[in-house]
Design a protein around this ligand. Structure first.
Ligand SMILES: Nc1ncnc2c1ncn2[C@@H]1O[C@H](COP(=O)(O)OP(=O)(O)OP(=O)(O)O)[C@@H](O)[C@H]1O
Ligand SMILES: [Mg+2]
Length: 256
């Protein structure tokens, strides 16, 4: 469904005085694939270029080299083809939950009435409609992420990009969110590309994991996760899980 072919990106950073710029090679020859209905994760050291990759796929930025294909059609540099949940949840504090959910759809040019109807239905389905008229500060961290995720889903594209959606949550809430995300993924037959720092999270959720190297990021390891589904916490102590975790950690530690 999604084919990333030989992407490269270098930023020009301005460190300060005298208008000199420094080249920051960020992505180097990145290729990866996501098939319809798959859950694919990306792990890699902090600052290696993971969010940059999502910015390129979503068309917020353009690569210097390479191509992005969706269902075989080139979309390099084009916006509007994927649903993207940014690394920061970006719920606007002065908008109610419902109005926050409408944001993306308004930008896409849906009528307000139509957008409200869709958002309301999804909030009901996720058992969050009682918070419709509340403001983001009254929600717990887990709920905020559910709302941000729900808003991403309302963009209604075939593939969802999720950039460390659970990075700031405590271990217990995180594991609740994993079960929740798995049920939503299953129910909606979504296709998900997911960034995380957490190797257990990546293994628990994914069909395949790409490990990126330190900047400039290259694909260092592609790991198929053939663990049976539905997955339970018990799996975390299984031999297969521990073996895969070892491989992932080794690939990451070599990058330090
Ligand atoms: N617009 C920009 N201009 C200049 N440099 C940038 C820009 N955006 C990102 N960078 C640099 O590119 C590199 C990769 O950043 P990116 O945010 O993609 O990393 P990341 O892997 O998502 O990190 P983290 O795990 O901490 O979220 C960093 O060195 C960052 O400073
Ligand atoms: Mg990032």
């Amino acid at each position: 469904m999604l084919d990333i072919i030989n992407l490269a990106k270098t930023y020009e950073a301005a460190p300060g005085k005298k208008r000199q710029t420094v080249r920051v090679p960020t992505l180097d020859n990145i290729s990866l694939q996501v098939k319809k209905g798959e859950f694919v994760s990306i792990v890699g050291p902090s600052g290696c270029g993971k969010s940059t990759l999502f910015n390129l796929i979503s068309g917020l930025e353009r690569p210097d080299e390479g191509q992005i294909l969706l269902e075989g059609r080139e979309i390099t540099g084009e916006k509007g083809h994927v649903s993207y949940m940014l690394q920061k949840d970006l719920l606007l504090p002065w908008r109610t939950i419902l109005d926050n959910c409408l944001l993306g759809m308004e930008i896409q040019g849906n009528s307000r009435g139509q957008a409200r109807k869709k958002a309301h239905a999804l909030l009901e389905e996720f058992n969050l409609s009682i918070y419709e008229k509340s403001y983001p500060h009254v929600l717990s961290g887990g709920m905020r992420q559910r709302i941000a995720f729900l808003r991403t889903m309302l963009a209604n594209k075939e593939i969802l990009l999720l950039d460390e959606p659970f990075g700031a949550l405590d271990a217990y809430t995180k594991s609740e969110m994993h079960d929740w995300l798995m049920s939503v993924w299953h129910k909606y037959s979504s296709t998900i590309l997911f960034i995380t720092h957490d190797v257990e999270e990546a293994l628990f959720l994914s069909d395949r994991i790409y490990v990126l190297s330190a900047r400039p990021a290259t694909v260092k390891l592609t790991l198929a996760v053939n663990l049976p589904r539905p997955r339970s916490r018990k799996m975390l102590v299984s031999e297969e899980f521990i073996e895969l975790k070892g491989q992932l950690l080794q690939a990451l530690f070599e990058e330090r």
